[in-house]
Design a binder for this molecule. Sequence first.
Ligand code: GUN
Ligand code: ZN
Length: 429
Amino acid sequence: MTMFRGAVLDTPESPFDGGGLRASGDEGLVVRDGVIVARGAFGALRREHPDEDVVTLDGGLLLPGFVDTHVHFPQVRVIGGIGLPLLDWLEQRALPEEGRLADPGYAAGVAADFVGGLVGAGTTSAMVFGAHFPAAVDALFGAVAAVGLRVTSGLVVSDRNLPADLLTTPERAHDESIALARRWHGAGRARYAVTPRFSLSCSDALLAACAAVLDDVPGAFVTSHVNENLEEIEQVTQLFGLSTYLASYDQRGLVGRRTVLAHNVHPDDDELETLAARDASIAHCPTSNAALGSGPFPLARHVDHGVRVALGSDVGAGSGFSLLKEGLQAYFTQQQLGTDGYPLSPAHLLYLATTAGAAALDLPDVGHLSAGQRFDAVWVRPAPGSTYDVALRHASGPEDALGTTFTLGAAADVAGVWIDGDPVAVTVR
Ligand code: GUN
Ligand code: ZN
């Protein structure tokens, strides 16, 4: 057993639903076999557990591990290609790199870079958009297992409107997906996600093959993109002869409680109603939406309709792995929307980056640091003398300290990461 001591902040109850920030400047957490077995003010808890080893996290904040609900493994090396809208960015920046993952050696290198990036940013769970090649998806799951991350991922499938090297057929997509799911779904912390890239690159027959995989793999997830860009939406609704983009997935039974769809920047009310009725989740990707000029995310409409929302970094259209930055950009976006924006507090940002993500990925045992939960955590501690350090020391209270952390904290400030109570190697500065 180990006792962790530090300033602990989490959001067990949703601030979108009357909950708030739970904070203690000197909290103790007793962890046994990866589970938090006791939690309370350090002094009192220490008297009850006088013999445990104490890990003192001096300075900074201990938060639940971040949950990234949308991040592309093959795109880690193309982060930063700014200046293009979605369809041009895909053609010029993302897809040429994704083709290189046909080489398993190259894919293994990318997988290592990707896993290092996730852990280095304090992410402990993620819905990962995989690659178009089965061997590359194996490389990802292998790299993730070596570190212990909680990852849900799968083979990305497309059969039209992409470069030929990225295309498959419904039959091949089905068989390769099933083979990967047999290898990885439920192996350790891994789970399988059926992953049509987006309806623009998928025929209805391919989406039907995806539905067949979902039927054959109990507990599998679905992940894809929806309503990101106006030109994309126009093309999808024309190609499918449907009035909404979401219907292309929904008519094949691909929208459910274990579905995470990225973006949804331009939904109509019918789509929001369908998402709420299906209990599906939206991965809001704030820096990606800003970088690609996709538009401002209508968070208030999602909240009003009762649609579940969490955060995604959307690397590589997004600007990095840090969910602190995504939270800050989410806040900026809502501010810029004025009276149409949702007024986000630091507690909302933490909830979106942790508890909401755990709910979206159906991980009830993580996302906050209550007794009974598994100890997935990140310690964010500023470099001494940095502006973040100065501002944190002068914070007026815990919510202010959290706002300072979302504003000034970065991957470089991640001083420790634990999954199931085990420390995960982070490059020590
Ligand atoms: N839509 C289809 N593929 C992608 C992708 O790789 N990134 C983003 N942001 N949107 C997509
Ligand atoms: Zn994406």
